[in-house]
Design a protein around this ligand. Structure first.
Ligand code: NAD
Length: 362
């Protein structure tokens, strides 16, 4: 094993565990140990990175003294218990989104992190997308003026992940596209806006496709084809309006399935500022600001930011975790921010259930 904080463990060797492993290696980290409840999943991942050992249990992985940090990439309901266990074992944690199933669970993670004096870096990889990061830099220069509205959207025509598997089982996932995809765009919106206090949320959720296990034709999805004998008790579309301190509003639309042609509803974030605005395509390679010049609407020269946006974002996230482990830098996405995002998600689900706007308990 290497020393100097370069050794990490991966807990959860499914789809995203593989993505993390690849980028961790590229960031100079040594994936020394892996654990998955499914031995073949752990063995497959171990075969894809140099030096990785399959551990017989999570306890055995966490007992490895030379492992400085762990990446947790398991179903959402396991985030809190495994993050707390890892922090108590003295490991720094890169925790996949969502942080947990509720703000209360986030508090348990924060408490364990503070007690152990170990950091949690949230897996809010969307912030690292070049177009999002470029917008943040421009916002900091004042190019947008005062930001008054953000429209944050992710749309899929037929994209329920693994219908009938853990993603669609509320006990394991905590919910549908709101907690799965909405978490990314809510985080990115709040981050861009400087994490204003979210005061109130009004939300609605819908279940028209996967949950009935009908009206839904599987096209393709990385989480696999439907298991029609499984559970689907989560929403497949969510919409919300958030009211923030200072007047900013954020509109959220996130869906796994809808009857709208592909490409009609643009994915990403639309920022409206008094001086300028923009559409940030999540996979965009450039960013153009819409503004006014000489009393005429004008588009500024595009800011070119990436060749392969997704790869660049994952590299940035892994590099930041490497820096946290090796140089002691602070997390680029903190547990307290993760908790704030979770409190917004909690409020949207509560509002949807009650049928009216609710306060957000930050
Ligand atoms: N950042 C992103 O863009 C992104 C994308 C997809 C998924 N995710 C998140 O990553 C996490 C994992 O998602 P996925 O798509 O990789 O799911 P997955 O189903 O492909 O993988 C989950 C893995 O966890 C394992 N597992 C289950 N219980 C376990 C336990 N007790 N101990 C150890 N391993 C256990 C499973 O066997 C499986 O191999 C989720 O929290 C999801 O929200 C993030």
């Amino acid at each position: 094993m290497k020393s100097n904080g370069s050794n990490i463990g991966i807990i959860g060797c499914g789809s995203i565990g593989h993505v993390h492993a690849r980028h961790a290696v590229q960031a100079g980290l040594n994936v020394a140990a892996v654990w998955d409840i499914l031995p073949h999943a752990a063995a497959t991942l171990a075969g894809e990175v140099p030096n990785a050992q399959v551990m017989p249990s999570v306890e055995a992985l966490l007992a490895q003294r030379d492992i400085a940090g762990v990446i947790i990439a398991v179903p959402n309901a396991l985030h809190m218990p495994l993050a707390v266990q890892s922090l108590q074992a003295g490991k720094h944690v890169l925790l996949e989104k969502p942080m947990a199933l509720s703000a209360g669970q986030c508090d348990e993670i924060i408490c364990a992190s503070d007690k152990a004096n170990k950091q949690v870096q949230m897996g809010f990889v969307c912030r690292q997308l070049p177009a999002v990061a470029t917008a943040k830099k421009l916002l900091n220069t004042g190019a947008f003026g005062s930001l008054y509205h953000i429209k944050a959207s992710t749309y899929r025509r037929r994209g329920v992940p693994g219908l009938g598997g853990w993603f669609t089982n509320k006990a394991h996932s905590g919910g549908g596209p709101l907690i799965d995809l909405g978490v990314h765009i809510i985080d990115a919106s709040l981050w861009l806006a400087g994490f204003p206090k979210v005061l109130r949320a009004s939300g609605a959720i819908y279940a028209n496709f996967g949950c009935q296990m009908q009206n839904y034709t599987h096209v393709s999805m990385w989480a696999g084809p439907p298991k029609f004998n499984g559970v689907c008790d989560v929403e497949d579309h969510a919409t919300a309006l958030l009211r923030c301190e200072g007047g900013l509003t954020i509109e959220v639309n996130t869906t796994w399935a809808m009857n709208v042609q592909d490409g009609i509803m643009p994915d990403g974030l639309i920022l409206m500022g008094q001086k300028a605005g923009c559409h940030i395509g999540l996979q965009a390679k450039s960013l153009t600001l819409a503004t006014e010049s000489h009393a005429m609407p004008a588009d500024l020269e595009p800011h070119f930011c990436a060749e392969d946006p997704l790869k660049q974002a994952w590299n940035a996230q892994a590099a930041a975790f490497a820096s946290l482990l090796q140089q002691g830098t602070m997390p680029i996405a903190t547990a307290r921010e993760g908790r704030q995002v979770q409190s917004v998600i909690d409020a949207i689900y509560a509002s949807a259930k009650l049928g009216h706007e609710v306060d957000v308990h930050a």
